[in-house]
Design a protein around this ligand. Structure first.
Ligand SMILES: [Zn+2]
Length: 254
């Protein structure tokens, strides 16, 4: 008997959607390892991407050092930070960083929380991070600070409660990068590759800014330069991704 056309078409769509999700999980796994290779992540830190068909869900690895994350390690969460479906894999303690930012920022499709060595001195000193070169403009108009002390007093500095994630999301506001005092940073983007672009280039900017300050002079971009250079186009995002991916491939072949 001939199969009816409609279910056939639906199953084709479903197969296509599943293939897209498999590709997205693979790309998220690559982003984890790539960000280690570029000195943004180390044994700690985590990367997530919003579900393309369901804005109330996102993908994040189970608790692993990012350098070993593969597509099969990726789990699905909702905006309460709860696991969708069952898994006996260990979970990151700071899932609320992701869930609460996705809840507060519908325009954000990817998030990385990290403790990059180039950024950490700014989080400790409280010195503003400012764009000092063309690519540093990925930081945006401002990289605000968030201090857990202000609302929560003494903690172990990890964000484990939804109210802590929501507080961080408020500090981030409409920006792309929030510096977390005595802890690290969280960077967001409208796509996974754009977020990676912002994460790597903002850390590189921090390293150059620190060195320029040691030289005793800092000429940051003007407000007008920041606005113009801060417009993110697709081609530099793609070129950077290809460059970092090739470096990762070379490192993984060794
Ligand atoms: Zn952290």
């Amino acid at each position: 008997m001939e199969r009816p056309a409609v279910p056939d078409a639906l199953s084709k769509d479903q197969a296509g959607a599943e293939a897209d999700l498999a590709g997205l999980k693979e790309e998220l796994a690559v982003a984890n390892r790539l960000l280690v290779n570029e000195d943004v992540l180390d044994a700690f830190g985590h990367v997530s991407v919003r579900h393309p068909a369901d804005p109330g869900r996102f993908f994040l690895s189970c608790a692993l050092p990012p350098i070993v994350v593969q597509a099969g390690d990726i789990l699905e969460f909702d905006l309460d930070g709860s696991l969708v479906g069952a898994s006996d894999r260990p979970l990151y303690s700071e899932v609320v960083i992701h869930s609460e930012i996705y809840r507060a920022r519908p325009d954000v499709s990817a998030i990385c929380h990290h403790h990059a060595p180039a950024i950490l001195p700014f989080c400790v000193a409280g010195t503003p991070l400012v764009p000092v070169s063309q690519l540093g403009a990925v930081i945006g108009e401002e990289a605000p600070f968030w201090d857990s002390q202000h609302e929560f007093g003494d903690t172990n500095l990890l964000l484990t409660r939804p109210e802590e994630g929501a507080s961080l999301a408020r500090a981030l506001g409409p920006h792309w990068l929030v510096l977390m005092r005595r802890h690290g940073a969280t960077v967001v983007g409208r796509s996974l590759r754009e977020m990676v672009f912002r994460a790597v280039h903002s850390a590189a900017n921090a390293a150059v800014q620190s060195q320029a300050m040691q030289l005793g002079r800092l000429d940051a971009l003007t407000a007008g330069e920041r606005a113009l250079a801060g417009v993110i186009r697709a081609s530099p995002v793609e070129r950077s991704w290809l460059h970092w991916k090739a470096r990762l491939d070379a490192a993984e072949r060794r």
